[in-house]
Design a protein around this ligand. Structure first.
Ligand code: PMP
Length: 403
């Protein structure tokens, strides 16, 4: 017999499984609303023109080598990432209290940050929103956090934030709990706290001595404006919080498979930075030793050149406004059809996703009868919609809802 006989088949990862079912489906008008990746108005993936341009420059540059990067990655890249997140005139940058570590996309930033907090600050409880991105729980538990707790976030009845529930849950959190917060474009609900609500969240976290761990997977992609999308993180810093933030360039640069990310660390004491970096070095060393260069080179080049940066900002406007248009189109179609229920939430929600409120039964109906793929939670990737399929999707939703 095999030693491996003890290994049982694990469950599938829903989002990738549904994506695969979509790819294998031979129906002509099939629609993919599963995985969170941008699609253009023809339903095709989009390599940002500025990325293509820089990649061509890189390919033509015979001086570039494949030597190892430092364990904490490309300095120019992480400095540019910190500055993009905090704003270039941020006082914590000027006073040397913020630094970045290049990571394997957003997930890698979460992983390195969580292990660091658990191992070195001895934090062992983390709070995540109910619901949240389906990988948060796993990443934190595997990084060493024994205690996973939820804070209420989504009120299915009002299709809005359960703000009282959220505050109540944070108020009862033990000191030094790590609270995972979505910097903008909450996944999967698409609903962010208002500025007022963020202020109250900060009040409770300050009072209860909780530690903010921001997850910024959509900066610029949500509103089309990098500064607006970083408001919450900057506000917490202004309030004097020490924090970490995992940043992803998967969506806003369309660099999904290049695994480009950054972990920004903000401390109240600049003198601690060398020690923090040294321990982060050992965390990274034990997992993958050092990060890949290509994607970071692309991002660093774009972020450090005014003309390229401006071009990129146009691209994120293109993407975010197409998402907004499709929200409006879907709502308009449902209203036209007289589909029962309110569909306001589709346009109120921001970012890539809409938490439609469709039930598991309705989701199954859409998949089986219409070849429209979406998650069981009712989450849809809005940019899977385009002028060519939005009517079809609306009619299918109408049918599922009225059945
Ligand atoms: N956090 C959230 C909320 C996300 O939606 C995602 C992407 N789905 C990530 C983190 C990380 O993605 P990646 O590792 O591809 O950057």
């Amino acid at each position: 017999g095999s030693r491996f006989q003890v290994v049982e088949q694990g469950p599938p990862i829903e989002v990738f499984q549904k994506n695969k079912l979509f790819l294998e489906d031979t129906f002509q008008n099939k629609v993919n609303l599963t995985v969170g990746a941008y699609r253009d108005e023809n339903g095709k993936p989009w390599v940002l023109p500025v990325v293509r341009k820089v990649e061509k420059q890189i390919a033509a540059d015979d001086t570039l080598l494949h030597e190892y990067l430092p364990v904490l990655g490309m300095e120019q890249f992480s400095a540019a990432s910190v500055s993009m997140l905090l704003g270039e005139d941020s006082p914590v940058i000027a006073s040397g209290r913020a630094f970045g570590v290049q990571t394997l996309s957003g997930t890698g930033g979460l992983r390195v940050g969580a292990e660091f907090l658990n191992r070195h600050l001895k934090y062992n409880t983390f709070y995540y929103s109910q619901p949240t991105w389906e990988n948060h729980h796993l990443v934190f538990v595997r990084s060493g956090f024994p205690n996973a707790r939820e804070y209420r976030y989504w009120d299915a009845k009002t299709r809005a934030i359960d703000f009282d529930g959220l505050i109540e849950d944070l108020r009862s959190a033990p000191a030094d709990s790590v609270v995972l917060l979505h910097a903008c474009a909450h996944n999967p609900t698409g609903i962010d706290p208002t500025h007022d609500q963020w202020e109250k969240i900060a009040d409770v976290m300050e009072e209860r001595k909780l530690f903010p761990f921001f997850d910024s997977a959509y900066q610029g992609f949500a509103s089309g404006d990098l500064d607006k999308d970083a408001w919450a993180v900057r506000y917490f810093i202004k309030r004097g919080f020490e924090l970490v933030c995992a940043q992803s360039y998967a969506k806003n640069f369309g660099l999904y498979n290049e695994r480009v990310g950054n972990l920004t660390v903000v401390t109240s004491d600049a003198a601690l930075v060398p020690a923090l970096k040294s321990q982060l070095t050992w965390v990274v060393r034990s997992i993958y030793s050092n990060p890949p260069a290509h994607g970071a080179r692309v991002v660093a080049t774009v972020l450090s050149d005014k003309a390229l940066f401006d071009q990129w900002r146009e691209h994120i406007k293109t993407m975010s406004s197409r998402v907004i248009q499709m929200r409006e189109a879907l709502r308009a179609e449902l209203i036209k059809l007289g589909t029962p229920g309110s569909w306001e939430h589709i346009v109120k929600q921001i970012g890539l996703f809409s938490f439609t409120g469709l039930t598991a039964r309705q989701v199954a109906h859409l998949i089986q009868e219409y070849h429209i793929y979406l998650l069981n939670s009712g989450r849809i990737n809005i940019c899977g919609l385009n002028p060519g399929n939005v009517q079809y999707v609306a009619r299918a939703i109408h049918d599922a809802v009225t059945k």
